[in-house]
Design a protein. Structure first.
Lengths: 745, 177
């Protein structure tokens, strides 16, 4: 519909929740403080496997301020069937049940909860809980456990298994004039959002609770609590307007939700449980993953054979699965390919999705191998990728809904001045530093999901849009306000957006980069419905200037409905509502994926990543001095928040590639460096220049608004681009992340 | 403004609390505080000043940064009773939604945050840094802001925001706090 209203979608817009966040006014899960609040402190298992023989809480109970110590022996009854514990994104298996019985399944497992009238009292008393555990043998080393790796018998919902093999890889690889065969390893990583996981449960006095949970989707917490505690949904109101980072760690409810709800309902008072930073290593992580990539090619660099195998760690109780190897089958044309993805059970908690799960692992291996191939055949890495460019997804034999990857290579390469790169490794030196350039391709799925939103136009002419979805820092509040404002012809200042409340229209978790396309379209549809309703009411106003106007005859702009042919004939939204004595017009709409189009098309976002590194020759210290990421991700709703998404993921890629590694002491089966001094994430000094380019891309086959999603795209590809730049700088090919200085000396 | 009187819970019963006086964001507080209570827990749990964040409680992340007598400090590492008489500025004391401090406005304009959890500490630290006058280059800012972790990776935008405010301060713009 034409409009004279200012275009808002696609233009830079400061975050609408920005003023709340920069003044400290945004409240996170641990920042709601009812007057009857009690504090819970978690006691974790010091051993990886065993049986609890005895817990002596006498001293803890005697500590001033302590009201209860919960263990498996005195916890209230909870559900006993697995499905009651299965949240919306649970993988197949038996979900972990906190304080369920005497079995210890992993080091760090919560085995007691101390409740006291102050945080300090709960913490001190927790140190007085005496626990006797009969220790059993454990296995936390994937290098040993991989011998028993298995194909998961049941696939995880929404996660594609490895593609079918095609052609004859064995014959093609054996006959290939150029062969690459390499093993890759990516260490365990922990998400470590800056906000530790926390839950505040407000006891409402009538059996109902209001829950503030650190979660990437309030309805997932609600489902979990109703399932486990047998409560009615109407009695479990989950309200989380702000989430202090997720990166996947808040997709599934973590154990502090269980513990806080259990204690609050048992004690009939408000309870808060906050995990300490070191306890952030006692739940989800990115799994330790081993990969082998084999490439066979002609001497002019055309792929003839490709194999990608992965073994990833999981727990002993659930089969967490990710899409690791599939990317190799769709990113490049190759007639002979085979794939394998297996799991190895470890005595750890179940891993979970961490930013670009699977892809950040698989693309590191594939794109490192492609760089090795480029070196072997002496072809420029960009040219090699163009020679093997895939015109369709050969895994599924479907067309891409859009793929502007060529433009990414071109525009990214130009901005980076890729042509200045010396192809000879270890050939550029600046003082004591070796300088190198590398590049890689990135890809992530463009998905949409079933998601509902409501638009409410009030009699003062302001609009509110609401959905139960979340803004984990992605900018959801802002893009929804932009879409609503433009669709309704309002100034963005007249629009408010609400998220993170289980009473709002239904939404799944925010993850997988599907929220912008799905929530955005639901909001647009709801606003369009309000607009139609508004026009109907406008036509029937007494003395209406628009009495015979159809939708085609009018425009909605500046809070007025106007005749296109005569802007003087208009009425304000507020007057329409007032004229009818209405306090609001409201509509709720649901975005549905384009199921029919998905039979023919697959949707992906793509990127070309270019990296420059400097490596101190004596110290092995690596600095990433420049990153250029050219992204093809459909329509960009807000270039400012979109750039931040890509840039932030690129920073996480720097961490993943150079710094982040959780070490396990396999003698104890325990993660050792469980704090931010010993688990290194990038700091400001580690991050230099990052340029983000969005190439034009239209995509209306799978997304109603051409929107594809951006949350993961900045991390995929970036790791390999940095590793490839390190090879170019030093001649050292490191296939083992993170690339710490010891590996370069 | 009226002085505020409050006591911390733990230790109150057995008389182990210690009376202290703090000026927090310009408001005088007469407090009775348990000796083991950190300045961070005092702010968040007793005074409901939750703008100051707890990210690690170990002085490793900077989310709890406040200004104590003008100096940047990790409030999780400061026992409140050791700062009797101090002047404390938290993010709530810099500006309001309708009247943002220049650093707060710069953070909004440069999209220098995403989830917002480290943001209070970043902003307070940045205000402290500008006051220290050590914003001579991007490299210097990056180094001296490295005590404030941001997992969303907003670092380049944070530096942009500080560069802008520092330039304004040098030109005799709004004085830094």
């Amino acid at each position: 519909m034409p409009t004279t209203a200012p275009k808002i979608i696609g233009y830079q817009q400061n975050r609408v929740d920005g003023p709340m966040k920069v003044t400290g006014g945004a409240r996170y899960a641990a920042e709601f403080t009812p007057s009857d609040l009690h504090h819970g402190y978690v006691v974790c298992s010091p051993v990886a496997r065993g049986t609890i023989r005895h817990i002596d809480a006498t001293a803890a109970m005697a500590f001033p301020g302590v009201v209860e110590v919960f263990t498996h022996e005195n916890r209230p009854d909870t559900a006993w069937m697995d499905r009651n514990y299965q949240d919306q994104v649970a993988p197949p298996g038996h979900p972990f049940r906190p304080l369920y019985d005497d079995r210890v399944l992993y080091s760090g497992q919560p085995i007691a909860l101390v409740i006291a009238d102050s945080f300090e009292a709960a913490r001190d008393a927790a140190a007085l809980v005496r626990i006797e555990i009969k220790v059993a043998d454990h296995q936390t080393d994937i290098m040993a456990a991989q011998a028993r790796a298995y194909v998961p018998p049941k696939g995880r919902f929404g996660i594609s298994g490895p593609p079918s093999s095609r052609g004859d890889f064995g014959v093609a690889f054996a006959g290939a004039p150029v062969r690459i065969d390499a093993d890759y390893r990516v260490a365990v990583e922990h998400h470590n959002p800056m906000e530790p996981h926390a839950t505040t449960v407000e006891w409402m006095g009538d059996g109902a609770i209001t829950v503030h949970d650190k979660i990437q989707g309030v309805m997932n917490s609600q489902k979990y609590v109703t399932g486990v505690f047998g409560m009615k949904a109407k009695d479990v109101h989950v309200v989380t307007p702000f989430v202090g980072g997720g990166f996947g760690s808040g997709l599934r409810p973590q154990y502090q939700l269980f513990l806080a709800v259990m204690a609050a309902t048992a004690l009939k008072r408000s309870v808060r449980v906050v995990l300490t930073r070191d306890q952030m290593w006692t739940h989800v992580h990115r799994p330790h993953t081993l990969q082998t990539v084999k490439l066979g090619a002609t001497t002019d660099g055309r792929l003839t054979a490709l194999s990608h195998e992965a073994i990833a760690g999981t727990s002993t109780f659930e089969d967490h699965q990710e899409v690791v190897v599939n990317w190799s089958g769709m990113l490049y044309h190759c007639p002979n390919a085979e794939f394998s993805y297996r799991l190895a059970q470890l005595d750890t908690y179940t891993p979970s999705d961490m930013r670009a799960p699977g892809a950040a692992l698989g693309l590191f291996a594939l794109e490192s191998a492609m760089d090795e191939l480029a070196q072997a055949v002496n072809i420029d890495p960009v040219e090699l990728r163009l020679r093997n460019y895939s015109e369709k997804d050969e895994n599924r034999n479907k067309r891409f809904s859009s793929k502007a990857l060529r433009a990414c290579y071109e525009q990214g390469g130009q901005a980076f001045e890729w042509s200045r790169r010396s192809p000879e490794p270890r050939s550029v030196r600046d003082g004591r530093e070796l300088v190198g350039m590398g590049m890689a391709t990135g890809v992530w799925e463009a998905r949409t999901t079933i998601l509902s939103a409501r638009a409410t136009l009030r009699s003062d002419g302001t609009l509110n849009v609401a959905t139960a979805s979340a803004d984990i820092g992605t900018g959801t509040y802002t893009i929804l306000a932009q879409i609503a404002a433009e669709t309704m012809g309002l100034d963005i200042g007249q629009v408010s957006a609400n998220l993170g409340d289980s009473d709002y229209p239904a939404s799944p978790v925010e993850g997988g980069s599907w929220t912008a396309a799905s929530a955005g379209n639901a909001v647009r549809m709801a606003c369009e419905a309000v607009r139609s309703d508004l026009l109907s009411h406008a036509r029937t106003l007494a003395g209406s200037p628009l009495n015979d106007a159809s939708e085609e005859d009018v425009i909605f702009a500046n809070g007025r409905i106007m005749l296109k042919t005569d802007h003087e004939r208009s009425v304000t939204y507020a007057d329409v509502l007032k004229g009818h004595g209405l306090d609001r017009l409201e509509a709720e709409k649901t975005n549905l994926p384009h199921f029919l189009a998905k039979l023919r098309y697959v949707g992906y976002t793509h990127s070309a990543v270019f990296a420059e590194v400097r490596v101190d020759e004596q110290l092995g210290q690596v600095r990433v001095t420049r990153l250029v990421i050219a992204a093809a991700a459909g329509r960009i709703l807000n270039p400012q928040t979109a750039r931040s998404q890509i840039m932030g993921a690129a920073v996480m890629a720097i961490g993943k590639t150079l710094e982040e590694e959780t070490f396990t002491d396999h003698r104890f089966g325990r993660f050792m460096n469980h704090n931010l001094a010993e688990y290194h994430i990038p700091v400001n000094a580690d991050v230099d220049r990052i340029d983000v380019i969005f190439v034009d891309e239209e995509d209306d086959a799978l997304s109603s608004m051409d929107v594809k999603g951006l949350g993961e795209l900045g991390i995929v590809g970036t790791g390999a681009a940095i590793a490839n730049a390190i090879f170019n700088a030093t001649g050292r090919r490191i296939r083992d992340l993170p690339i710490t200085l010891d590996k370069l000396l | 403004m009226m002085p505020n009187t409050a006591v911390t819970g733990a230790g109150e019963q057995d008389g182990r609390c210690i009376p202290i006086h703090l000026t927090i964001n310009g408001v005088a507080h007469h407090l009775s505080v348990a000796p083991w209570t950190s300045l961070l827990d005092l702010l968040r749990e007793k005074l409901d000043l939750t703008g100051t964040k707890k990210g690690c409680d170990h002085g490793q992340c900077g989310a709890c940064t406040v200004l104590v007598d003008g100096c940047r400090m990790n409030s999780c590492l400061v026992l409140a009773v050791t700062r009797d008489g101090a002047d404390v500025t938290t993010v709530e004391g810099l500006g309001t939604v309708d009247d943002l401090h220049p650093m707060q406005q710069a953070f909004v304009d440069h999209d220098a945050f995403q989830c917002g959890y480290c943001t209070s500490g970043q902003i307070v630290s940045a205000v402290g840094l500008v006051a220290e006058g050590r914003t001579g280059s991007r490299a210097q800012i990056r180094e001296l802001m490295s005590g404030n972790l941001c997992r969303c990776g907003a670092y380049p935008n944070i530096v942009d925001a500080i560069v802008e405010v520092a330039a304004g301060a040098r030109e005799g713009g709004e004085p830094m706090q």
